[in-house]
Structure formats: structure tokens, C-alpha cells
Design a binder for this molecule. Structure first.
Ligand code: 0X9
Ligand code: ZN
Length: 307
């Protein structure tokens, strides 16, 4: 049976999502947000309680864009389980108030590769020039593409691709996001690591138009993530809080789709140790899931109060 005491292979999680449709047929469906270079589906789970509430807005949560960041997909599935099974009024309310789209594996080829061949793989798996493989899917979105903090070297870990939306995963996901019928209230991107909460932009230090609101939401979310286990987050706008990085999904959704609340979590652990940072022990999936759920509850509450 599916659990949060270990990391799962791609097919396990895809099968678990398909089974949820059978368990909650009135509430749950799967969606295909796109395809990968190697022909895999970008399979996600939609949660929509048909309780007669008109005009619901959507929240889209994407994880696993960087293949080796295993805690992202694990947290996404933990959160799905909370939305479906929690008895807490706040979480039940959240599940009912929005139409949820949750995509645990935005880069399925890369994820499979981290299980079979190279645990530290980050990019997609499409062949590029110089016999190098892969593009950084979080540098490939068509918003200030390759302007700063993105490489033109196909062998680099932050290769932006030969052109914007060159990657099938990114291009098809962008089309899917454009096609959604409900107005999107919030976009969330789960990465790891360093315990940061980030908002736009990555291409400039100029703060986004609604940065006061984003900071207010940020403060609520960072306060809540600390409540249960004392986990400390910092962050801010990408350009100043970490480094210049143009072409991310978060910035494209904010800048092109005009979704006002777009955030990226860099989950546990803290610190900068490359060799341990992506290998978060499986014993920390549940605590990470709990505190991230705490944080999301307060984040969305804070954002809803602004509206
Ligand atoms: O470099 C990145 O793409 C992200 N850091 S990571 O270690 N996960 O690779 C940070 C970029 C900012 N995040 C988003 N814009 N989503
Ligand atoms: Zn990442």
C-alpha cells in the first residue's frame, strides 16, 4: 500500500492517483497536463467537490520539475492525501473552497532516471548539442527567457534550452495551464532545498506590482511552517533571496498568465550541502508534509483575506 515512510517510483505514484479516482469518484479525477520527451504522461490529480458553490477558483500545485528533488513529489502526494482524508476543519474547507490541480511529477523522465541511473540528475532527458543531455525545465519558460541566471551551454545544469519552450514537458504544461476553465487563484511550485519561500521575479530585482501583498502572504506562510517543529524559512523575491534565474514556471504564470499569487517552496533541508541536500531521509517526508500543509493553509487564508 502507498505510504509516506519511503520515496516512491513514478509508476507507483501514478497508479496511486488512478486508484484514488475509484475511491472518490465524485470528487477526484486524473488529468494529463502534457507529455515528456520519452513519451510519459504528466499525470496529475484534480480535486473538485461538487457542492454547488458557483465560480470556484483553482489552485495549481506543481512538483518534481527538478528530478533529484524527491521531497517535492512526496510532499505533493502527502498534501493530496490531506485534502482527501483530513478531518481538520481548515483543511476540509480548503479542499472544498477551490478546484485543486496537483501535478507531483512535472519532469517524469528525469525522475525515472534518478531511480535507475543517476540519483543526482536535475534536467529533462532530451538530447542537446555537444552530446549533452537535458534542459533545465525551470529556465525554459517563455518569460524573459535566458536573460540572466540561465546558461546557453547544453552541458550546464542550468541550460535554458535552444529556445523558450523547447522542452515538451514545459511546452505542453504551459498549454495545459492556459486551457484551464477556472480563474487561477494561486500557483505553487515545490522544489528543494534550503527552506526558502520565494516569489517573483527571477530576472530582475524590481519587485512585482503586488509585492506588499506577496510579503504579507509570505509572512503568514513562514510563520506557519515554523509552528509544529520550529522549521525556519527565509526567502523573498528570487533575484535577491537566492540568485538571478530567468525562465521559471512561477515567473511565467505570474508574468504571462497574470496569476497574482505565485510562490515557490524550497523545502527541507536547510543549508547548502549539495551531497546531502537532495537526499532528505524518508523519515522526514511526514514532518515535511505536515509543516508544509500548515504553511499552505495559512498562506491561502492570508491570500483570500486580501481579495
Ligand atoms: O535554481 C532553481 O531553479 C531553483 N533552485 S533549485 O535548487 N531547486 O534548483 C530556484 C529558482 C527559483 N524558483 C522558482 N522560480 N520556482
Ligand atoms: Zn529545483
Amino acid at each position: 500500500d502507498y505510504s509516506w515512510t519511503e520515496y516512491h517510483e513514478l509508476n507507483d505514484t501514478h497508479r496511486w492517483m488512478q486508484n484514488l479516482v475509484g475511491k472518490y469518484p465524485d470528487v477526484v479525477s486524473v488529468f494529463i497536463a502534457g507529455q515528456s520527451y520519452e513519451g510519459r504522461e504528466l499525470l496529475g490529480l484534480k480535486i473538485n467537490h461538487n457542492d454547488g458553490r458557483a465560480e470556484k477558483q483553482s489552485i495549481f500545485l506543481e512538483a518534481g520539475m527538478h528530478a533529484r528533488e524527491w521531497i517535492g513529489p512526496a510532499t505533493a502526494t502527502y498534501f493530496i492525501n490531506e485534502l482527501l482524508t483530513s478531518q481538520e476543519p481548515q483543511i476540509k474547507g480548503l479542499a472544498r473552497s477551490y478546484v485543486w490541480y496537483i501535478l507531483p511529477h512535472a519532469n517524469p523522465d528525469g525522475y525515472v532516471y534518478t531511480h535507475l541511473t543517476n540519483r543526482m540528475w536535475r534536467k529533462t532527458r532530451s538530447p542537446q548539442d555537444k552530446n549533452c543531455i537535458g534542459t533545465d525545465p525551470n529556465r525554459n519558460w517563455d518569460f524573459h527567457w535566458r536573460e540572466v541566471g540561465a546558461s546557453s551551454d547544453p552541458c550546464s545544469e542550468s541550460y535554458a534550452g535552444p529556445k523558450a519552450f523547447s522542452e515538451r514537458e514545459v511546452e505542453t504544461l504551459s498549454q495545459y495551464l492556459r486551457s484551464l476553465p477556472e480563474p487561477m487563484f494561486m500557483y505553487l511550485s515545490l522544489h528543494s532545498f534550503s527552506q526558502l519561500l520565494l516569489y517573483p521575479y527571477g530576472h530582475t530585482s524590481t519587485l512585482p506590482e503586488n509585492h506588499k501583498e506577496l510579503e504579507q502572504i509570505f509572512n503568514a506562510a513562514v510563520g506557519a511552517v515554523k509552528r509544529r517543529y520550529g522549521t525556519r524559512y527565509t526567502g523573498g523575491n528570487v533575484y535577491d533571496a537566492i540568485y538571478p534565474a530567468a525562465g521559471s514556471s512561477m515567473d511565467w504564470v505570474y508574468g504571462v498568465l497574470k496569476v497574482k499569487y505565485s510562490f515557490c517552496y524550497e523545502l527541507r533541508p536547510s543549508g547548502y550541502s549539495f551531497w546531502t541536500g537532495f537526499r532528505l531521509p524518508a523519515s522526514q517526508i511526514i514532518p515535511t508534509g505536515q509543516e508544509t500543509t500548515d504553511s499552505l493553509v495559512e498562506m491561502i487564508k492570508a491570500a483570500a483575506q486580501i481579495e
